[in-house]
Design a protein around this ligand. Structure first.
Ligand SMILES: NC(=O)c1ccc[n+]([C@@H]2O[C@H](COP(=O)([O-])OP(=O)(O)OC[C@H]3O[C@@H](n4cnc5c(N)ncnc54)[C@H](OP(=O)(O)O)[C@@H]3O)[C@@H](O)[C@H]2O)c1
Length: 287
C-alpha cells in the first residue's frame, strides 16, 4: 500500500518515519511544506494521483494553540478547509484517510473520560478549527477515521518533555499547573497505532467515524513534570500552581481524559501506560 504522510516533518510524521521499517508491505511518501501544502486541493489531488497513493495519514496541522487566537483564519485554512480537500481527494480516488484531531474539542467540564460521541464544545480557536476539520470527515462516505489524541510529545520538534528537560537543568524551581488533567501521549505509540490500523483491516470505516487514542493513565502537567525530571535524574523543585496563575491567550480544558475503549475493541490495539512510554522516549532523548 502506498501511504502518503502529510505534515511529515512534525512530531507525529517524524515518529511514523522512525517506525516505518517495521511495516515492510507499506511504501511511504513523506511530504511537508513547502513541497506539498494541503491547503492546495489541486496540488494535493495531482500528487496523490501521480504517486498512486492508496492511504493518507494526515499529520499536518496548525498546532500553535495560543497563536491561533489571533490567527484563526490561518488555523482554519489548515485545520478545517484543508481537511475538506483531503476528504474530497479520498472520495474521488477511493483512498483511506486517517485524520488526527485533539482533546481540545472538549471544554473539560466532564469528570469521567470523554467518549467518542460526547458533545464537543471547544474553548479556543485551535479547538474550534480542529472541530470544523472533524466535521468534514464525519460527513464523508470515504473510508476515513478521525483519531483524537492529546498531550503529544516525541523525540522530535519542540514539546513539553524537551522543554521541561531544558528548564529543569537551567532553573532551581519550576511552577507547573496541577489543575489540568489529561493523558501524556508518546507520538511514537500513536504512529504505531495508525499503521497497525492500516495493516489490520482492509476497510477502516466506510464513512467518517471518531476514535480516541492516548497513552493509558492520567496525569496533571505537574505530575508529568515530576515524572520527567525524576526519570531523567534532574534535581529541580516543582511547585504545583493553578491555571489562573499561569494565564495564556487560549483557554484549555481542565479535564480532557479520553475514553479509548472503541479503538481498542475495533482494532485490537493494546496501549502502553504513559509512564512506560515516557521511559522509552527519555531513553532516546538522553542517549
Ligand atoms: N501536539 C499536541 O500536543 C497535540 C495534541 C492533540 C492533538 N494533536 C494533533 O496531532 C496532530 C499531529 O501533531 P504534531 O504535534 O505532530 O504537529 P506538529 O509537530 O506541529 O506538525 C505539524 C506539521 O504540519 C505541517 N504543516 C502546517 N501547515 C501545513 C500545510 N498547509 N500543509 C502541509 N503541512 C503543513 C507543519 O509544518 P510547519 O512546522 O512548517 O508549520 C508541521 O511539520 C495534529 O493534527 C495536531 O492537531 C497534537
Amino acid at each position: 500500500m502506498n501511504i502518503l504522510i502529510t505534515g511529515a516533518n512534525g512530531q507525529l510524521g517524524s515518529e511514523i518515519r522512525h517506525v516505518a521499517a517495521s511495516y515492510p508491505t507499506f511504501d511511504f511518501v513523506y511530504v511537508d511544506l513547502p513541497e506539498l501544502d494541503i491547503t492546495d486541493e489541486e496540488a494535493l489531488s495531482a500528487f496523490a494521483r501521480t504517486n498512486e497513493i492508496q492511504a493518507i495519514v494526515n499529520c499536518a496541522a496548525y498546532t500553535a494553540v495560543d497563536k491561533s487566537e489571533n490567527e484563526i483564519d490561518v488555523a482554519r485554512k489548515v485545520n478545517a478547509d484543508a481537511v475538506g480537500n483531503l476528504v474530497r481527494v479520498a472520495e474521488s480516488l477511493s483512498l483511506k484517510l486517517i485524520h488526527i484531531s485533539t482533546d481540545y474539542v472538549f471544554d473539560g467540564s466532564a469528570h469521567i473520560p470523554y467518549n467518542v460521541n460526547d458533545p464537543v464544545s471547544p474553548l479556543g480557536a485551535y479547538g474550534v478549527t480542529k472541530r470544523e476539520g472533524e466535521e468534514h470527515i464525519l460527513k464523508t462516505s470515504a473510508d476515513a477515521i478521525i483519531i483524537r489524541t492529546a498531550w503529544l510529545y516525541s523525540a522530535y520538534g519542540n514539546n513539553f518533555v524537551k522543554t521541561m528537560l531544558r528548564l529543569g537543568c537551567e532553573r532551581d524551581t519550576l511552577n507547573v499547573i496541577y489543575d489540568q488533567i489529561g493523558s501524556p501521549t508518546y507520538a511514537h505509540d500513536l504512529a504505531v497505532a495508525c499503521l497497525d490500523i492500516l495493516a489490520a483491516v482492509t476497510v477502516i470505516s466506510s464513512g467518517g467515524k471518531v476514535y480516541h487514542y492516548t497513552n493509558e493513565g492520567v496525569a496533571s502537567w505537574y505530575d508529568f513534570t515530576k515524572a520527567i525530571l525524576e526519570k531523567a535524574g534532574i534535581e529541580c523543585r516543582v511547585n504545583p500552581i493553578e491555571t489562573k496563575d499561569y494565564p495564556t491567550p487560549a483557554k484549555r480544558p481542565h479535564y480532557s481524559v479520553l475514553n479509548k475503549i472503541a479503538i481498542k475493541e475495533q482494532f485490537g490495539l493494546s496501549i502502553p501506560y504513559w509512564r512506560d512510554s515516557l521511559d522509552a522516549c527519555l531513553k532516546r532523548l538522553l542517549a
